[in-house]
Design a protein around this ligand. Sequence first.
Ligand SMILES: [Ca+2]
Length: 253
Amino acid sequence: MTLNTTFKVDLVGPATTAAIAGTLGAAGWYTSAATVSLSAASSNGTTTTIAYRIDGGTWASYASPVTVGEGRHVLAYQASDPSGAIEPLRSANINVDTTAPTIDFAAGTITIPTGGYISWTGSDAGSGIVSYAVSVDSGAFESLGMKTSLNGAWADGQHTAVVKGRDAAGNEATKTMTFLVDKNSPAQVGPIPTISEAILGMPILMIGVSLILGMAGVGLGVRRARRAKKSEDDTDRQIDDYLDEIDQDLDII
Ligand SMILES: [Ca+2]
């Protein structure tokens, strides 16, 4: 009797493809909600099922596109087919920041002395502020990096400044400030450096101080060693002289 048996060998397990739809901003951030579509195919053509979860939540069976909103998200997914082949666990990072930064300064018209400065604060809960730019009296925007103050040779009188803040995702916010330059206004205390400026300045200062201290330490060590050597030589010479004297005395006797 001849027995014919057919085996279907599933050499390659299922593989999932994730397609993300949304407005891609800067630095890999989406500036709109992002919708993920998952599709899986198995080499033997059998139906596959995809399990997924978001941010370590409960595993669910994928049925339709999944939308994620504001925040940093991790989408984990894994397909399997009826033959028991399971795809290695895959994951995708999906970062969404749809919100522009917030810029703040004192309400109303700010009065500053001649040669004074204007300042503001900014915050962004999503991707974080990466730069500021300011336009005074409709002039060109001046890029200020992370500086949160600006001084200029503004004439006495009223001026306007448009402060623009940009987050890492590319969202921008602008806020207009009105300020009055008045030569009779009391002098301002110098702008306090932003935290990042202060931190950036520290290592350079610390490296400088360490180098000076290190060099001073080496210099001191060399000088001490030299002094010790000299003192040793002097003592040797004194002993030699003393022995010579005894020798001479003995010769006399
Ligand atoms: Ca933001």
